[in-house]
Design a protein around this ligand. Structure first.
Ligand SMILES: Cc1ncc(COP(=O)(O)O)c(C=O)c1O
Length: 376
């Protein structure tokens, strides 16, 4: 139950046990084109996609170095580790970064974002972390952002590393120019492949303004794909086999069904864990579907709690980041998460709390959780 990497189905693991093929062969063309076409379906886009052999940070960095130049004005909400890192990358790139800072656990409102656009008509891009994995918040107005970006003719870039595939994010409908995710979260594949989609106008901009970088030069990937359906550099072949299998599973389940399953499991975890007396860290309206961050009860020690949960019940959850270390723990609700995982996590957390001297009512907590799962 980690916020990534998440559980990987056997079928996906088995797909990696195969010969290492020539990445300049017809076998590779078949593998990679299927990956790209199926990723487009999951992103709900006709835009170009590059499946980078890199962790999520690589794809996020690619979105910065390919689009932003010294002096460009960029707006970005910042309220945690990953939005902070992205703002840092933009600053290193020389951008004039307008940070909309809010306390961890709380998002900038749409009105605050709109005001920033009103005050900065010359903005070149809006960058946003869809789901702040460090604190368990999710931005819920991404559908409205294109009304601002199109008015100012700005690029719209979304880091959805820890949510895409587990919540609604139709890239074309919401007019997202660049969208990024990672294989190891809601897509339930091993880490190491990170897809990035690029709209025609962002692609044109990238081709006309190539970055002084080799590996993350996206224009190079577009050219190779157009000419031969290859990648410019040797890709992580076993991971691409695994990723293709994960995409097949997602489309067999159906994206809508998968999104509904994530929501039901998330609602059940929030209700059940609250029923044990735990309180979510994030403000109610900003709470993430895929990361349930909970405040530690008074006197509950982080390492002892998580080690007991792991050793006695084989349930893994994550601690907090930076100054939230020891104050919160995070339960992932992504990818292969079903009724079984939800019920087992709630009962294991309840038993662990009991073992550590806190009184909880497991039966009641499971009952409120089951209520949320009844349509699954
Ligand atoms: C929102 C977000 N962005 C970027 C990253 C970085 O991804 P990676 O650790 O795969 O480099 C993460 C990782 O958890 C994330 O949650």
């Amino acid at each position: 139950m980690l916020p990534g990497p998440t559980n990987v189905p056997e079928r996906v693991l088995r797909a990696m046990f195969t010969h290492i093929i020539n990445h300049r062969s017809q076998d590779f063309v078949e593998l990679y084109t299927e990956v790209i076409e199926k990723t487009q379906q999951v992103f709900q886009t006709k835009n170009d996609i590059v499946a980078l052999s890199a962790s999520g940070t690589g794809a996020v960095e690619a979105s910065v170095v390919n689009l932003i130049r010294k002096g460009d004005k960029v707006i970005i909400p910042v309220n945690g580790e990953f939005s902070g890192r992205l703002a840092q990358m933009l600053e290193w790139q020389g951008a004039n970064v307008i940070k909309l800072e809010t306390p961890p656990g709380q998002n900038a409102t749409f009105e605050q974002v709109k005001e920033a656009f009103d005050n900065n008509k010359d903005v070149k891009a809006f960058y946003v972390v869809h789901n702040e994995t460090s604190t368990g918040t999710q931005v819920k107005y991404l559908d409205k952002i294109s009304s601002l970006t199109s008015r100012n003719n700005a690029f719209y870039v979304v880091d959805s590393v820890s949510l895409l595939g587990g919540a609604e994010l139709p890239v074309d409908k919401w007019k997202i120019d660049v969208c990024i995710t990672g294989a190891q979260k809601a897509l339930a594949a091993p880490p190491g492949i990170s897809p990035i989609s690029v709209s025609p106008r962002a692609k044109k901009h990238m081709i006309e303004n190539p970055p002084p970088t080799m590996y993350f030069n996206l224009a190079r990937y577009f050219k190779y794909y157009e000419e031969s359906k290859h990648t410019p550099f040797t890709p992580a072949l076993p991971l691409l086999y695994a990723f293709r299998e994960a995409l097949r599973i997602i489309l067999e389940e159906g994206l809508d069904v998968r999104i509904r399953r994530h929501k039901a499991c998330s609602d059940a975890l929030y209700s059940g864990l609250s029923g044990l007396g735990l309180t979510p860290f994030a403000k109610e309206e900003d709470r993430s579907i895929s990361i349930i961050a909970l405040n530690y009860l008074e006197g509950l020690e982080d390492n002892t709690f998580r080690n007991t949960l792991a050793k006695k019940f084989r349930v893994l959850v994550a601690g907090g980041f930076g100054n939230l270390k020891g104050k919160v723990f995070r339960v992932g609700c992504m990818g292969e998460v079903h009724r079984y995982h939800v019920m087992r996590t709630i009962s294991a957390i309840s038993s662990t709390l009991n073992m550590m001297g806190y009184k909880t009512n497991t039966v009641d907590a499971l009952q409120v959780a089951e209520e949320k799962l009844k349509n699954l």
